[in-house]
Write a protein that binds this ligand. Sequence first.
Ligand code: CP3
Length: 337
Amino acid sequence: MTLKNRIFLEALKRNNNEANIPVWLLRQAGRYLPEYMKIRSEYSDFFQMIKKPDVCKELTLQPLRRYPLDAAITFTDILTIPDAMGVPVEFIAGKGPVFADSIEKNHLLKLNPDGALKKLEYVFEATALIKANIDVPLIGFTGSPWTLFVYLFYGESPKSHDELNSYLGLHSQKAHSYLEQLTEIIQDYVQAQIAAGADCIQIFDSWGGLLDEKYEELSLTYINQIASSIETNIPVILYTRDKLIDDIVNLTSIKCFNLDTSDNIDNHIDKDITIQGNFDPKNFHADNEVLQEMAQTVWTKYKDKQNYVFNLGSGLTPDVNPEKVEYFLNQLSSFRS
Ligand code: CP3
């Protein structure tokens, strides 16, 4: 299928020359959509569901049917890699991911790279199937080595970082060896997604904000290795929570950034980088009148920018009403000629 819609990719290359705003949303598919919950209820286990490429295709397409979006994102998860390396993960309602083992409990935890890429084949099959069924660009994605390491360390979403800090102090070499192993498989994982049809790659460093002075050493260095292993015509977008772009931009070749809700677009929009994100999904709780004004403000500020993509600063959560999202996005797209 030919790409009918290129404005998203053009913006990622800082080359969107028309008055318009490309749009996609972090976690645009998922639990806030009743049509997702319907399919989800057929599976006791999330991984059992996402290992079916035709289901991934359907879940990827659901938000595209509702809203005027300019990109699709493969329906899968960043935790596919620990699962494929022999550490199974379950998602428990109200608690999030729970791993069968963790580095905190078991300092000898081994990641098994043998056959791991083969076990991830379902992601590449889904990518190819989705690509054959959409006419907007497809975003492939991965977690960063650091973020996957943080999940593997705690065996769940981290609450404090004391234990992690003391491990890093005592076992820094061991941490680097996990990070190297993760980097290696992630490079193959994104390469295979690109081969299957992904038009760009987003790297989620959701826990990058846990690091201060060691951010470059423990996270960005590995992200940079992944980014430089990707061919230059495939844009790479970096999402880092609780870190300012100014702390990163001069230390990487990456040119596209998904801002969280704490940074400020207007500090960056006139630089030689592409900015997406920053919009707080809590805004979708506002009245339609306020949403209409917000859409107008976004349009007026950014319609003529060559390097702007509308997106959120964090993912959509189950408390958001999809009809509000639809109202806002319809307003925003109504300004396009
Ligand atoms: O449209 C989409 O973007 C959906 C695809 C997607 C999922 N996870 C599906 C999912 C994407 C892009 C992700 C990324 C992801 N996963 C991140 C990075 C983005 C971010 O929010 O920081 C992270 C940190 C994860 C890890 C993860 N996966 C957690 C913490 C959880 C539990 C709860 C939650 O939703 O946050 C998941 C499970 C998960 N991944 C669900 C979905 C739809 C819900 C699982 C369910 O239905 O039981």
